[in-house]
Design a protein around this ligand. Structure first.
Ligand SMILES: CC(C)(COP(=O)(O)OP(=O)(O)OC[C@H]1O[C@@H](n2cnc3c(N)ncnc32)[C@H](O)[C@@H]1OP(=O)(O)O)[C@@H](O)C(=O)NCCC(=O)NCCS
Length: 146
């Protein structure tokens, strides 16, 4: 099976939304994905044959870039796809002159934290009560120098 990673388009939003709704406790809405594309965030999808299995969104403001969202469909997690997608994003950012990629992640999200650490991200700080909901949850701020 061939895996490819390509820029996302508005046509991909329904597949992206399906993955988002299955993986994020506070999912972005369709309107948020559309506006993210319209304001110029970089969106990429990972697909196997014709099936979209993951996506990522980042916002480069060179020399920095912010990873806003990354997810793999639950049925396809643990296959190395998230790592493939993250490595691609790191490569793309490096190519465009980014020096630091930063992100926030829920302190309870151990799979994502392990993925980021595997690719060299450092834990920088905790932002208390960053995520709304009840209870609120702290964010771990992480960054990678590239
Ligand atoms: C985080 C996420 C993108 C990882 O994608 P994935 O395809 O399942 O991960 P991979 O199979 O590529 O694994 C890569 C590394 O991630 C870490 N990892 C992945 N799943 C893990 C788990 N269940 N427990 C611990 N570490 C895990 C490991 O470091 C792994 O490396 P290893 O296989 O050498 O141990 C995926 O779990 C996901 O979509 N989660 C929901 C959305 C989310 O939380 N996004 C991050 C928001 S900040």
């Amino acid at each position: 099976m061939t895996i490819s990673i390509r820029p996302a388009s508005l046509d991909d939003i329904s597949a992206i939304l399906e993955i988002e709704n299955k993986t994020n406790q506070m999912p972005w809405t369709e309107a948020q994905f559309i506006s993210s594309m319209e304001v110029g965030h970089y969106s990429v999808v990972l697909q196997e044959e014709d099936n979209i299995l993951g996506f990522a969104i980042y916002s480069p403001i060179i020399p920095e870039s912010h990873l806003l969202n990354i997810a793999i469909h639950p049925n396809h997690q643990g296959r190395g796809l998230g790592d493939k997608l993250l490595q691609k994003i790191i490569f793309q950012n490096k190519t465009m002159g980014v020096k630091v990629i930063s992100l926030e992640v829920r302190v309870s999200n151990l799979p994502a934290i392990a993925l980021y650490e595997k690719r060299g991200f450092f834990k920088d700080a905790i932002r208390p009560n960053y995520y709304s909901g009840s209870p609120k949850e702290d964010a771990l701020l992480m960054s990678l120098k590239i």
